[in-house]
Design a protein around this ligand. Structure first.
Ligand code: ADP
Length: 610
């Protein structure tokens, strides 16, 4: 052998050898690099014919020697076994042998290469163990240059998963044909992208032999191979089809729950009592007005958010639930960071450890602020109704009593001069008219209540004239109020329900008088505006608070004041609004508490678009 050939052999990672074909397979030639491989000199193999055989691992010797017989029938053979190295360690070796005829000696000899595969075997061992624990099968593949990975070895439940046998896979030599076509490109890119040292995981679908789709997860480990330019891929593959299915079902049901929770504005929370760590769903955080927190929420955080007046009740309820392991259900207020107060309904269960010690609470929180408001409004409206009945009886009784009194006087045959009799009669008449108005008002309300809109009887009415007439009448009857009037010069004839519009004006004028001190001014203005005729009645009276301004047009609503002298049913402005709206108009109020109020309404001019 020339020097160059010797040099080549010595620098190869594989030891090249020639040995006897049979017997103790004694060495005839061993390349120099055997020293680096396992520490021996080549001569040691050549001088002692039994050297190789004697250094085989006792557990492997029999299998290896028996296996070697195959070389005579097949012409080549590969085997893997442990061999005692000079340093006393067993190394895993891979032999690849070929039977050759030496024309010089005329004898058959074995020519082979020897590789140290200890590292790979250890990896395999790790993976096999791993396979026992978590995966269904493990495989070992190699690739060189731009070639795809070739399967060199595979072990485990390949068949139950894929329907193929280990032999099928080895024959195919490559996994890619099994990969679902939609995932093939991704898997291929993943495999080609692996570099030595990588520990990665990929999930993809495979198509089984009987054309079923299964999901697998592969944990891959990439290493440098024994041959230069070779990459080794060790993969532990787990069938995750069921897991995927369960995951999907979970996701579906979670999505469903999340959506339902979203619609119901139901927040969820969990609290680890032992570590005082709480997890709040996004909705819970939203209800509590918190920014998305990236830390766990503590009990102190929660209690700080509870309305100070409700803290005692919340703490007692929590204490009872933890003490007795009973359910926790409470309604309380919370104060948001921006100061808003909300009402929440909380429900939770307590989970205990085996010793019965409470360890966790799982609960829901429902924002019931709206409900609370509706309840309050209902309660208010119930109260207003009862108050209405009381005031109505009073309002009706007063004129009835007056009518009764004066008519009794007249009927009693008393000797009253004719002027006085006339005066009594006119009082009776006025009170009967007042009664009629109250009853008319009530009838209108009951009509509106039962869903019927106000029936209007339109006629051509000079609204300017009506205003002038009514103001004059109020001026005449008033006890000390001054009236100012600002009206268009020309008459303005509009199609209106005269009686109802008169009622609107009467109500506004009588309120102005009722809720302002005698001697103060009531000013009435009316003008044609943009597409409408606008009327205003302003007084310098008690005025209205912003809250009451909102509500004076509500049915039965009366402002609660210490001074209850002003009679009324709380129906006037309600009817004003309904009547004006029936005319497709609009009504509003401007007012300052203590300084006076200005009530306005506008009616669309004929032909104007409302
Ligand atoms: P009432 O018959 O009680 O006067 P209204 O519907 O006419 O009923 O008015 C409702 C409430 O609005 C009144 O009880 C009163 O408190 C308030 N209000 C009405 N007009 C005025 C006004 N001009 N100034 C101050 N408050 C008023």
């Amino acid at each position: 052998m020339d020097d160059f050939a010797r040099h080549l052999l010595a620098s190869s990672p594989a030891v090249v050898f020639v040995c006897k074909a049979g017997g103790d397979y004694g060495g005839l030639y061993v390349s120099e690099n055997i020293r680096e491989l396992i520490g021996y000199r080549p001569e040691e193999f050549l001088e002692d014919s039994g050297f190789w055989k004697d250094h085989l691992h006792p557990d492997d010797a029999e299998r290896v020697l028996a296996g070697l017989e195959a070389v005579f029938t097949e012409g080549r053979h590969v085997c893997e076994y442990r061999f005692l190295a000079r340093n006393g360690e067993y190394r895993w070796m891979r032999d690849e042998l070929r039977l050759v005829h030496n024309p010089v000696t005329g004898a058959d000899e074995l020519v082979g290469s020897w590789l140290d595969i200890t590292e790979r075997k250890e990896m395999e061992e790790d993976y096999r163990r791993l396979a026992g624990l978590t995966s269904d099968y493990v495989h070992y593949c190699t690739r060189r240059g731009a070639e795809p990975y070739r399967v060199k070895w595979v072990d485990g439940a390949v068949n139950p998963i894929s329907g193929y046998s280990i032999a099928d896979i080895l024959e195919m030599g490559c996994w890619l044909p099994l990969v679902h076509p939609d995932d093939r490109e991704r898997v291929s890119a993943y495999l080609l992208g692996l570099v030595p040292g990588d520990r990665k995981t990929i999930e993809f679908r495979i198509i089984t032999r009987n054309r079923q789709v299964r999901w697998v997860s592969e944990k891959s480990r990439c290493e440098v191979g024994a041959i230069p330019g070779e990459l080794v891929l060790l993969g532990a593959v787990t069938d995750v089809t069921e897991l995927k299915r369960a995951e999907r079902a979970l996701l579906d049901s979670e999505n469903f729950l999340r959506e339902a929770a979203q619609i119901a504005r139901l927040g969820r929370w969990r609290w680890n009592i032992v570590t005082d760590e709480g997890e709040w769903s996004t909705m819970t955080q939203e209800i509590f007005g918190l920014e998305l927190l990236d830390r766990k929420i503590t009990y102190a955080d929660f209690i700080a958010a509870v309305h100070p007046d409700d803290r005692g009740a919340v703490e007692t309820a929590l204490h009872n639930a933890l003490q007795n392991g009973s359910d926790y259900a409470i309604e309380h207020r919370i104060v948001l960071p921006n100061g808003t107060v909300r009402h929440v309904q909380e429900k939770a269960v307590v989970r205990c450890d085996v010793a019965g010690k409470p360890v966790r609470m799982v609960g829901t929180v429902l924002d019931v602020t709206e409900q609370k408001h509706v309840e309050t409004r209902l309660r208010d409206s119930d109260r207003t109704k009862s108050e209405f009945i009381a005031t109505a009886s009073h309002e009706l009784r007063t004129p009835v009593a007056i009518i009764q009194g004066y008519s009794e006087l007249l009927l009693g045959g008393g000797d009253f001069p004719p002027e006085q009799q006339r005066e009594f009669l006119s009082i009776i008449h006025d009170k009967a008219i007042a009664l009629e108005k109250i009853v008319d008002g009530l009838l209108d309300v009951s009509r509106i209540e039962s869903g019927r809109i106000l029936c209007l009887e339109f006629a051509a009415v000079d609204i300017v004239d009506e205003i002038r007439r009514l103001v004059a009448q109020f001026e005449k009857e008033s006890h000390g109020h001054r009236f100012s009037l600002e009206l268009p010069e020309a008459p303005l004839v509009m199609p209106l329900d005269r009686a109802k519009i008169v009622r609107v004006l009467e109500n506004l004028l009588s309120n102005a008088v009722k809720y302002s001190p005698p001697g103060s001014e009531v000013s009435v203005t009316a003008a044609v505006g943009e597409g409408c005729f606008q009327v205003g009645v302003a007084d310098r009276g008690v005025g209205l608070s912003p809250e009451n301004r909102e509500r004076v047009f509500d049915k039965f609503y009366r402002v609660e004041t210490a001074d209850t002298a002003a009679p009324g049913l709380g129906l006037g402005l309600y009817l004003v609004k309904k009547i004006v709206e029936a005319h497709r108009g609009r009504v509003w109020v401007e007012s300052t508490l203590g300084a006076g109020s200005s009530f306005y309404f506008c009616l669309p001019l004929p032909g104007a678009v409302p």
